[in-house]
Design a protein. Sequence first.
Lengths: 305, 274
Amino acid sequence: MTSETVDRVLDTPVHRHRMPDRNFRLWLVFPAVLLLLLIGLFPLIYSLVISFQNLTMLDQDTSFHGLMNYAQLFRDRRLWEAILHTLLITAVALPLELVLGLVMAQLFLDHMPGRQLFIALIVLPTIISPIVAGATWRLMFDQRYGPVNQIISWLTGQQQVLLWTVNPKLVYPAILICEIWQWTPFMFLILLAALSHVDRSQLEAAELDGARFPRIFFKIVLPAIWPVMAIAILIRGVDLVRIFDVIWALTGGGPGTMTETISIYTYIQGFQQFESSYTAAIAFLIVALMSIVVTWAIRRMGLAR
Amino acid sequence: MNARRRLALPLRYAAAIAFTLFFIFPVYWLFIISFKTPAEIFSYPPVWYPKSIQFANYWVLFKDGDAFTVWNSLVLASISTLIAMVLGTMCAYSLVRFRTGGENLAVWIISQRLMPPIAIIFPIFLLYVWLGWVDTYHGLIILYTAFSLPYVIWMMRGYIEEVPIELEESALVDGCTRWEVLWKVVFPMVRAGLFATAVFTFVFAWNDFIFALVLTRTEVITYTVQVTHYFGGQSNFWAKIAAMSVLGTVPIFLAVATMQRFLVRGISMGAVKG
């Protein structure tokens, strides 16, 4: 065979495309990975660089300041309180959404007339923008013209003027009600789907054996829905840790700094106090912490397989 | 199950109605305020339903040009969704068919979806100031695209895995190039998944607040930022808050309604295949 014929044979479509085409597969991922690096890796490196400097709005001081900003992190009471607030909201809202969602999923699991309509209506809060959810509850909680105080007045039989977004005792309940209202339907939908995939014959067999509901639930149902439930918890968990919109709309972090979360506090430092270098240090801390937790969780759950 | 059987239908029905009321009433309240007259909004005790439906609150938004922010949301969300779908599906195809980057690349990509926006928005803001991209369409479109990509890649990975590889092989034998296989075989096969993923990607970009808050000033303000402009220290512009919120909410209700079949798969990031 002359080299010309070899070329011609290899050039036939089948041969050309049967060969492992390394460049093709890399071209496919290239644009996406480039963009992800731009928003994933660039901010990380840039935060790290300026966190060692002392940039503020007034002072473009780019000299090396070592770990000054990181030392400040540990002395910053307001930051640790914000972290505490964030964890508190997560620790209360997440289990409540999960349990309430599970109860509702169990309720709607069997057929009942109008089931589809009920589900379609319940799902609406989850689709709307969190900032609109916050705005809606701001209208709901208004001390004079809002329906919440009106309903409480009816129930208690005397006029109530509760300052939901100002009173230190009520701001957290207000935020939690809004958050639970918006995201319980999310848990509900996912758990409903998971529950309806549970093997019916297993449940019936257990019932014939005389097993009671709690026992069936913990021994059969829970293990069956756990993989899906774990992912729902992960998604909601990371969403709750970065909670911003609802609090921004309802309290703006107030009264004082009482409801500041990590996101609200970082925003205030960066965009209202213009502490550029310090904000970068906070951002770097958050990314580092979240990367560890999230990567661990993903690998642990085998999400990427 | 025993416990469920013991809950007789009327009791389950009462519980179902109670739950539904709790979740739907605030949405009802938001919508109804947008149709009320100022006298009805600021009446005590509250008016539970308006005497007549009037559109003055919406008319004001259009007259003052505030409704333009909904158009901004539409432009930003549509274009970023389109780009993210194309780039994300290509990437997902490579991850599935060629195992590009192995598990490490997949983990890294999905972990980007779980990053808190606040952690990246500050350095991005400084970068955008330097580039002169603040308050521009392309600045936000690039950011939304990048932020949507992990979700698109993740979802499309699941849909592409369901395409039988034999189809692609026979197309190759028939003389298609690899790009033609992707375009003529894979894309049509995952069409439903493409649409469903696009709807949810669109909704995420549409619902964004924090990126738009930081990166817009006057020109490309989205409706979510505009809603917060009506909050006042002492008095809120209730009618405007409600009307603007409804303007921004109706489109996504309609979008999701068309994709109801894929709702669970979409919000669970593919954990539930339905």
